[in-house]
Design a binder for this molecule. Structure first.
Ligand SMILES: [Zn+2]
Length: 231
């Protein structure tokens, strides 16, 4: 079964079958109001330990556990695309925290998924979240838009399960700014977007790639953050 077909099938099933909450399995929808309410919190600064040099100031909504983990996994791995909107609304709160009192336009730059992940999932799920979060900010009267300015330079192995040092090596110079994107970002308030921050290696590499293209990154926002256990 192709990923695109799997995703379409997931959407069709969402529409015709009574869904259950992706976290607590309560019937009635992809996520129940009680579980969703646990994500209506003030975003916090994510601080990986050790913190890689160049890691941008990053705000996250929740620890990667419980409801946040269940919803992200269902959204990313089980094609529960109806969860995109509630996740993007919470991501938008992290962007608000990341931008503070900045009154001007904000550009959300998603960290690109690997080609393999896009093929598997049928879409770049982080780019979709960034677009939806920008839309939520505009509904609030903020000037915000998403620009997928970064791309993978080369094939990057899936970093899940790699030790922190291997992740940094794996991601070293893995990202590039797309041709023409730097000019569109010049002088803008740029916020990097990812679903999850774990070691900080990915956001650090994204900030480095932007810097190399002459674009400074003001901050980053993610849905969740992992508290890493030392191995
Ligand atoms: Zn629930």
């Amino acid at each position: 079964m192709s990923a695109g077909f799997g995703r379409a099938l997931g959407l069709a099933l969402d529409l015709i079958c009574p869904a259950s909450c992706a976290s607590c399995l309560a019937p009635g929808g992809l996520v129940c109001p009680n579980c969703l309410a646990t994500l209506d919190v003030t975003p916090r600064r994510a601080s990986p330990s050790p913190c890689p040099p160049g890691f941008p100031p990053t705000w996250s909504v929740a620890d990667y556990a419980g409801v946040a983990r269940d919803l992200l996994l269902a959204y990313k791995e089980r094609s529960a695309i109806g969860l995109g909107r509630p996740l993007a609304l919470r991501l938008a709160t992290a962007v608000r925290s990341a931008t503070g009192d900045h009154p001007g336009a904000v550009v959300l730059v998603p960290v690109p998924s690997s080609v393999a992940a896009v093929r598997e999932r049928g879409d770049d799920v982080v780019a979709v979240l960034a677009r939806m979060a920008a839309r939520a900010l505009r509904r609030d009267g903020r000037s915000a838009w998403a620009l997928p300015a970064l791309r993978q330079r080369r094939s990057v192995a899936d970093s899940a399960g790699l030790p922190a040092t291997d992740r940094l090596t794996n991601l070293d110079h893995a990202l590039l700014v797309r041709p023409g994107a730097a000019a569109r970002l010049a002088g803008r308030y740029v916020v990097l977007i990812d679903d999850l921050v774990t070691t900080g290696a990915t956001l650090t590499e994204a900030a480095r790639a932007m810097q190399a293209a002459g674009v400074s990154v003001a901050a980053a926002a993610t849905v969740a953050m992992t508290r890493r256990r030392s191995s």
